[in-house]
Write a new protein. Structure first.
Length: 256
């Protein structure tokens, strides 16, 4: 029986690596694979046609970007669990099944795995990133601006997207929406766990045309860190109010 998971793949101008990405999704044996073509103008459409009997193809003629297509994929999905995949990356064997078991065993709505990176068309060695653990690991990485889980690292219960969304605003460029999602998970107090597997391979810097690429990424870091600091301040203020309330309650009990 297929796993009750929807794999969502947004794609734009990715004919070179798209087949490997789709084949890795098919190998996961899930109930549904949705590929959303964000107005590609290369041979992406021809590649997709080869897999029409195994995937759901949604072709769009106006480009709206990665975050919008990720959110659209969630709306189109029919399964209780969501896996995202970039069209230039690929999932390792049993990634989804192992992560789904971990999600159920730990009774959390979200988990994320570690991943490997191939840089600049294999001109550098493949590197593995063993990410920090759970919600506090995400928070620490946000504060230090360290390596973060990218969209394919995560496995979600679909209901999580009743609370948060991929941020489509102009404030966040494609290279930062994963950090914004992690920040939203922390601030919305959604439990998160780290699944200790290397679940997928991420291609970095192979093309400026990929849907997740953005030449202004570095310029957006300051904007994002301002948001992180604001969120941390709000968390600290809530914690301080709770602490004061506990002290007041303790004093009342002492007087009684």
């Amino acid at each position: 029986m297929s796993l009750p998971v929807s794999i969502i793949i947004p794609v734009k101008n990715c004919e070179e690596h798209l087949s490997q990405s789709i084949l890795s999704a098919i190998a996961q044996d899930v109930a549904e694979i949705i590929v959303i073509d964000d107005a590609s103008n290369d041979k992406t459409g021809l590649v997709l046609e080869r897999f029409r009997d195994k995937i759901r193809i949604e072709t769009r003629y106006e480009s709206k970007g990665q975050a919008a297509r990720l959110n659209e994929g969630v709306r189109l999905s029919t399964q209780p669990y969501i896996q995202f995949l970039d069209a230039d990356d690929y999932l390792n064997k049993n990634k989804v099944s192992e992560q789904l078991k971990h999600l159920v065993d730990y009774a959390v709505p979200v988990n994320y795995c570690s991943f490997s990176v191939i840089k600049y068309n294999n001109r550098l060695p493949q590197l593995s990133y063993d990410l920090n653990t759970g919600t506090y690991g995400l928070l620490e990485a946000l504060l230090r601006y360290e390596k973060m889980p990218t969209p394919p690292c995560f496995l979600f219960k679909r209901e999580v997207f009743d609370i948060i969304k991929w941020d489509e605003s102009a404030r966040y460029k494609p290279g930062l929406i994963d950090r914004k999602l992690a920040l939203d998970l922390v601030t919305k107090k959604i439990p998160v766990a780290h699944c200790p597997i290397v679940g997928y391979v991420h291609r970095c810097g192979w093309s400026g045309e990929q849907i997740s690429s953005d030449s202004g990424y570095l310029n957006q870091q300051r904007v994002f860190m301002d948001d992180v600091n604001q969120a941390i301040d709000e968390i600290l203020q809530v914690t301080e109010r709770r602490y004061k309330h506990q002290l007041e309650q303790k004093e009342l009990l002492t007087k009684c």
